[in-house]
Design a protein around this ligand. Structure first.
Ligand code: TYD
Length: 212
């Protein structure tokens, strides 16, 4: 069992995860933790190379199973090289997306099945499941329109609105399946309110790691 604390931030594209991760990092550092932020897919040389393949919009014909296995491969490398060692030495890891992204995007939105995708990922992540996962919940239309304003869309973001609706709803279904681990936060609230809610829950977890 890893000694550190592992928190993951999930949500549809454009839900504001990055901002909240930075705020939580600063807060945990104030509590004396050494904090590492990782992003998925990516976070090390090999996983970044896999990311280039997965998100490349020239590969629109990619099969759902290929996509699922590539995300799991990128995750296996990240756990092996970065997340596992940090947790083993008692540090804090905050990951921008983790296994729940695969359960929702590939398991629900692509239709591969949550349990099937979890099986594949169990092999990739071994015992390193998050202590807590924050779901920044947002209607699909809002998330994608925020993204469009920021940058050119990648292969996943170019998917239909219907796909992104399945993602947004799929996350809520997943939160019902894992109510102790996944905490739902309404991401339409302002940045300070969201960050206050996250901080409070993280402190509850740190106070004994009992409520998870
Ligand atoms: P990224 O640019 O990191 O998106 P975001 O800023 O929204 O996190 O791209 C990651 C994309 O990959 C995003 O559309 C979600 C998708 N994804 C999956 O489909 N499955 C996964 O397991 C992961 C980690 C991400």
């Amino acid at each position: 069992m890893a000694k550190g604390i592992f928190i993951t931030m999930e949500g549809p594209d454009g839900s504001g995860k990055t901002t909240q991760i930075e705020l939580l990092k600063a807060e945990l550092e104030k509590s004396g933790y050494s904090v590492l932020i990782t992003r998925e897919p990516g976070g090390n040389r090999i996983s970044e190379a896999i990311r280039e393949i997965i998100l490349n919009k020239d590969y629109m014909e990619m099969a759902p199973a290929t996509e699922c296995l590539l995300y799991a491969s990128a995750r296996a490398q990240l756990v092996n090289e970065v997340i596992g060692p940090m947790l083993d030495k008692g540090g804090a890891v905050i990951s921008d997306r983790f296994v729940d992204s695969s359960l929702v995007y590939q398991g629900i939105a692509r239709g591969l099945g949550v349990d099937e995708v979890f099986e594949i990922n169990r092999f990739a992540i071994r015992e390193y499941m998050p202590d807590a996962t924050f779901l920044l919940s947002l209607p699909a239309e809002v998330g994608i329109s925020r993204k469009k304003d920021q940058k050119e869309l990648d292969r996943m973001e170019k998917e239909s609105l219907e796909f992104h609706k399945k993602v947004a709803e799929g996350y809520l279904k997943l939160a019902e399946k894992y109510p102790e681990r996944i905490r739902v936060i309404d991401a339409t609230q302002d940045v300070e309110t969201i960050s206050g809610l996250i901080k409070k829950q993280v402190y509850d977890i740190l106070k004994g790691k009992v409520s998870i």
